[in-house]
Design a binder for this molecule. Structure first.
Ligand code: PMP
Length: 457
């Protein structure tokens, strides 16, 4: 089929996620037809380096036969059965076992879901249930962060701090508050705070919010170890230690949303390990199956799990696809491959440092105000005036322009406002990182050229 036919059929019946339907209808979708390794192919015959690993999830890269075989074998054996009503099956129990082997020592249970959003719905209900069982039912407030992302279900978007999402389809779930994000380039730099002072200030804002709400009313704090969808925001080194102190002081649970950071992205199995966090709950999804099939879950630390098990009675919560056998079998094989191939260690010891070196070169570019990376996640901040650090006029949509030019150059790089972000498959090679940086530079050059033309005319 030709691209215009694909596009016409797509336009006629398909409503895409996070999309301006009318604008996409006018422009036409890009049609991705197949993929291998770190490359996707479109219906126009282009080969494009997938600098985003799909949506931060294809950690093992595309085209892994082992995952296809794991799915096929499980589909033949037992394609579906549920885990309700005192039932289990080998894929779910084996995956639970493996996850708890990989997780920090205090984490020994998992509740399965179909996605990251469902994982965070589970978190919301589980933390409130925990405190009710502890005889402190007043502890119901959950504090998230402005510009945090925890999914697109009603609970997910309420826990997240994306204002445009809150504005649609509200009201949000009650008793959720948000505090400042540790985004130094966006919110600390302009106030002439050092990153370290700014990190401490954000932790202090959390403490202020706890005191405002009353510590007896606060159940949990939820945050991504590194914010992903908000713009690959690595917190200043002072941030997490200070947050940990605040949470301990007021006996508040920590939920570390590992949906993006989990499964090697930051060079550890979990992002929490990079920052020495000991979260009570860890929502997971995405890289759990390298995105091959939809599966998520919540890793539950002993403190919460023991209470739910010993004192809980029935937890009225769960999904048809909780622990789906085929998804679980693929996830298990994915974890085995990540482990057997030493992928996580390679990200920490080799690929992460290599990307950091090459990525930092882009900081020299005339329209880049900051280039940062951690493990295999990176961001570039686009600026109009490098010396002053000022942003482009919003009407220029510099980020979207750069993203479109990246596609034209043969690279998927995502834009969040004027922040360009990457999160490539964890099996990327040095040569492919070189190519990624070369293509990014080419797109930045062209972005700068177009924007300067725009300013002149
Ligand atoms: N949490 C985080 C940190 C995420 O990045 C995402 C998805 N980008 C989600 C939750 C929601 O996951 P899903 O899209 O699988 O529902």
């Amino acid at each position: 089929m030709q691209t215009p036919q694909y596009q016409a059929r797509d336009r006629a019946h398909h409503l895409h996620p996070f999309t301006d339907f009318k604008a996409l209808g006018e422009e036409g979708s890009r049609v991705v037809t197949h993929a291998e390794g770190v490359y996707i192919h479109d219906s126009e015959g282009h080969r494009i380096l997938d600098g985003m690993a799909g949506l931060w999830c294809v950690n093992l890269g595309y085209g892994r036969r082992e995952l296809v075989e794991a799915a096929t074998a499980q589909l033949e054996q037992l394609p579906y059965y549920n885990t309700f009503f005192k039932t289990t099956h080998p894929p779910a129990l084996k995956l639970a076992e493996k996850l708890c082997e990989l997780a920090p020592a205090h984490v020994n249970h998992v509740f399965f879901t179909g996605s990251g959003s469902e994982a965070n719905d589970t978190v919301l209900r589980m933390v409130r249930r925990y405190w009710a069982l502890k005889g402190r039912p007043g502890k119901r407030w959950i504090i998230g962060r402005e510009n945090g992302y925890h999914g697109s279900t009603v609970a997910g978007m309420s826990l997240g701090g994306m204002a445009p999402m809150h504005d649609q389809g509200g009201p949000c779930v009650p008793e959720i508050a948000h505090v400042a994000q540790p985004y130094w380039f966006g919110e600390g730099r302009g106030r002439e705070l050092s990153p370290e002072a700014f990190g401490r200030q954000c932790a202090a804002a959390l403490e202020d919010k706890i005191l405002e709400l009353g510590e007896e009313n606060v159940a949990a704090f939820i945050a991504e170890p590194v914010q992903g969808a908000g713009g690959a925001i690595m917190p200043p080194a002072s941030y997490w230690p200070a947050v940990k102190e605040v949470l301990a002081k007021y006996d508040i649970l920590l939920v570390a949303d590992e949906v993006i950071c989990g499964f090697g992205r930051l060079g550890e199995w979990f992002g929490s390990q990079h920052f020495s966090l000991e979260p009570d709950l860890m929502p997971i999804a995405k890289g759990l199956s390298s995105g091959y099939l939809p599966i998520g879950g919540v890793l539950v630390g002993d403190r919460v799990a023991d209470t739910l098990i010993d004192e809980g009675g029935e937890f009225f919560h769960g999904f048809t696809y909780s622990g789906h056998p085929t998804c679980a079998a693929v996830a298990l094989r994915n974890l085995e491959l990540l482990e057997a191939e030493g992928v996580v260690d390679r990200v920490r010891e080799d690929l992460g440092p290599y990307l950091a070196r090459r990525w930092a070169e882009l900081a020299e570019h005339p329209i880049v105000g900051e280039a940062r990376s951690l493990g295999l996640m990176g961001a570039l901040e686009l600026v109009a005036d490098k010396a002053a650090g000022t942003r482009f006029d919003k009407s220029l949509s510099a980020g979207n322009l750069c993203r479109d030019l990246c596609f034209e150059a043969g690279l998927v790089m995502r834009s969040v406002g004027d922040t360009m972000i990457i999160s490539p498959p964890l099996v990327i090679t040095h040569e492919e990182i070189d190519e990624l940086v070369r293509l990014a530079r080419q797109a930045l050059d062209e972005t700068a050229r177009r924007l300067s033309e725009h300013v002149v005319t």
